[in-house]
Write a protein that binds this ligand. Structure first.
Ligand SMILES: CC(C)(COP(=O)(O)OP(=O)(O)OC[C@H]1O[C@@H](n2cnc3c(N)ncnc32)[C@H](O)[C@@H]1O)[C@@H](O)C(=O)NCCC(=O)NCCS
Ligand SMILES: Nc1ncnc2c1ncn2[C@@H]1O[C@H](COP(=O)(O)OP(=O)(O)OP(=O)(O)O)[C@@H](O)[C@H]1O
Length: 211
């Protein structure tokens, strides 16, 4: 089974790319979706978060807006949050891989916003980075409810910069033009991966391919 990582900085089009990969018939594990489940009422993260950040619990669930306001401007608090969440998300991703292996899937995708920051590369044969011009990224993000210039800058400061991600990618998918173009790039990558390359189980990481 080949494992393709999918990552990208805030607003670069990761969620859209993940949706397209599903449409191409590839099972996708969504790390951010896993976090949503962990934070919902009854989710595994509610109790540990209520101990660390009691003011963020509303009706038995974690209020993301409040938690974001608490941690994005406070690196030590964000690290505490990550130390609760990342091991739980990693375990879910490993369970997903095990399930897909049992089903004899040929190719799967791990959609991990912080793939490089959390060592997720080690689970992947190749990594896709979605990227768009900085100006477009900013426009997309600033349209979101609850976003402010300070929050955007604080989040960017916590992520591996886009240019570094692109250097570490096996495939860079440009999301700055039409969605049809993005879809074409992704379908080309899926075809290549299904044929076997690139990947560490083959000739090793040989540098970035611009799909
Ligand atoms: C702080 C939280 C509650 C804010 O939720 P909210 O719905 O308001 O924002 P959202 O999750 O959509 O994140 C907005 C942007 O911040 C980025 N981001 C989220 N967590 C982090 C982090 N730990 N470091 C850097 N960037 C982050 C996301 O990739 C996204 O681009 C949430 O992001 C969270 O729980 N983060 C910690 C867990 C984590 O690391 N998740 C991301 C990878 S699984
Ligand atoms: N060619 C394209 N490919 C992907 N997304 C596009 C494209 N053109 C426009 N977009 C838009 O860009 C926006 C940002 O995309 P998306 O929500 O997928 O980003 P993201 O990387 O998942 O963000 P986050 O890291 O915050 O979760 C969406 O509104 C999407 O419709």
């Amino acid at each position: 089974m080949r494992v393709l990582g999918l990552t990208g900085s805030i607003g670069m089009g990761k969620t859209t790319a993940a949706r397209m990969l599903r449409r191409l018939g590839v099972p996708v594990h969504d790390a951010d979706g896993a976090v949503h489940r962990l934070f919902a009422a009854g989710g595994k993260a509610v109790l540990p978060i209520s101990r660390e950040f009691p003011e963020t619990i509303v009706d038995g669930a974690v209020d993301r807006q409040r938690l974001g306001a608490r941690v994005f401007q406070d690196p030590a608090a964000l690290r505490r949050l990550e130390s609760v969440i990342h091991p739980l998300v990693r375990q879910e991703a490993l369970d997903f891989l095990k399930r897909q292996r049992r089903r004899r899937a040929a190719l799967v995708v791990l959609d991990i916003p912080l793939l490089f920051e959390t060592g997720g590369e080690a689970l992947c044969d190749a990594v896709i980075v979605v990227s768009a011009p900085r100006r477009l990224q900013r426009q997309r993000v600033m349209r979101r409810a609850g976003m402010s210039e300070e929050r955007f800058q604080a989040i960017l400061a916590r992520q591996v910069p886009d240019e570094v991600k692109r250097k570490r990618a096996d495939f860079v998918v440009r999301t700055g033009s039409s969605k049809a173009m993005t879809y074409r790039q992704l379908s080309h990558i899926v075809r290549r991966m299904r044929r076997g390359g690139p990947g560490k189980s083959k000739a090793g990481r040989t540098g970035t391919v611009h799909a």
